[in-house]
Design a protein around this ligand. Structure first.
Ligand code: ZN
Length: 310
């Protein structure tokens, strides 16, 4: 959203100990969500390093906090972006980062995997990714996307094994963090690649799931987690909702992919705000027929188990 947030938004953030519900006030005085109940929702995938948020980080995080969004994971798309994301995570107590090369950035730079590994070693960096395959766009070529994907899976598998930590170093150098997967129109191709990587299926999350039940079954068989954006709220997303109905509640997470994909009824707003993760969470709870408190607790448990943050 473009409106300037209230003065109270910019301050030191003490996440998780604010008043919720009646205190929900977002810019323009609009009520963000309907229940007015406490929330521990974490936006598990947003891009705070994108230009849309460049000079409004405090305000963006403040809006999320006011909406009861209790933390954010800012996701990297390249190795310099992983370093930037880590720097943002270090600035805010309830922000974490990831380290990886997005498939649509696969041809942008000469990738520095040592930087990715150095970021991934840090406590505030809680995941690898996002990485994967995107067949929706013709560029970068499939060959380039595959090369960068395989290089990263090898890096991650190597980092997971203490033996791969290098001469003179020991188990302390082992990095065992979950992997955020970007998969667009590539499920049949990507799932077998992930299975062959040696990384356990339950260590992957398919972020922004926008396919249907057939693709969902492939991901569920792999053992991966599923994360949904505002797309699941869109009128024309019946297939996505049909897929959502197949997911065991303990394998679900929510995200915004901000600055993209705002949920209904805020779909026309730019940029999408991490605050909107709560709208998507409430939508899913309702769609699955789960009481908010129970759903919120389940999401929180899932996020803690998978990313180690809660
Ligand atoms: Zn993303």
């Amino acid at each position: 959203m473009q409106a300037a947030p209230g003065a109270g938004v910019v301050r030191m953030f003490r996440w998780g100990c604010l008043a919720y519900g009646a205190a929900l006030e977002v810019s323009r005085g609009a009520q963000l969500v309907g229940t007015g109940l406490r929330s521990r929702v974490i936006d598990t995938h947003c891009h705070l390093t994108f230009p849309e948020f460049a000079d409004r980080l405090e305000a963006t995080i403040g809006l999320a906090e006011q909406a009861g969004v209790d933390g954010l994971i800012t996701i990297a798309t390249t190795h310099p972006d992983a370093a930037r994301a880590l720097a943002v995570a270090r600035r805010f107590a309830r922000v974490w980062s990831s380290a990886g090369v997005h498939p649509l950035y696969a041809d942008e730079l000469e990738h520095d995997f040592a930087t990715l590994r150095a970021c991934a070693r840090e406590d505030k960096c809680v995941a690898w990714g996002e990485l994967g395959l995107d067949n929706h766009h013709a560029e970068p070529s499939k060959a380039v996307q595959l090369k960068v994907l395989h290089a990263q899976l090898e890096l991650i598998a190597d980092a997971r094994s203490a033996a791969g930590a290098g001469a003179g170093s020991g188990a302390a150098d082992r990095i065992d963090k979950p992997v955020i997967i970007h998969c667009r129109e590539a499920f049949e191709e990507l799932v077998p690649i992930l299975r062959a990587s040696g990384i356990p299926g339950e260590r992957f999350v398919f972020h922004c799931f926008t396919a249907g039940p057939a693709q969902m079954r492939l991901v569920l068989e792999l053992g991966a987690m599923l994360s949904f954006t505002g797309v699941v709220t869109y009128k024309n997303a019946g297939e996505v909702r049909a897929a959502l109905e197949l997911v065991p509640l303990d394998r679900l997470m929510v995200e915004t992919d901000a600055p993209f994909l705002p949920p209904e009824p805020r779909r026309s707003e730019r940029p999408c705000q991490p605050a909107f993760a709560r709208i998507t969470a409430e939508f899913i709870a309702k769609h699955r027929g789960v009481a908010w408190e129970a759903f919120d607790a389940q999401l929180s448990a899932n996020t803690r188990r998978f990313f180690g943050v809660a």
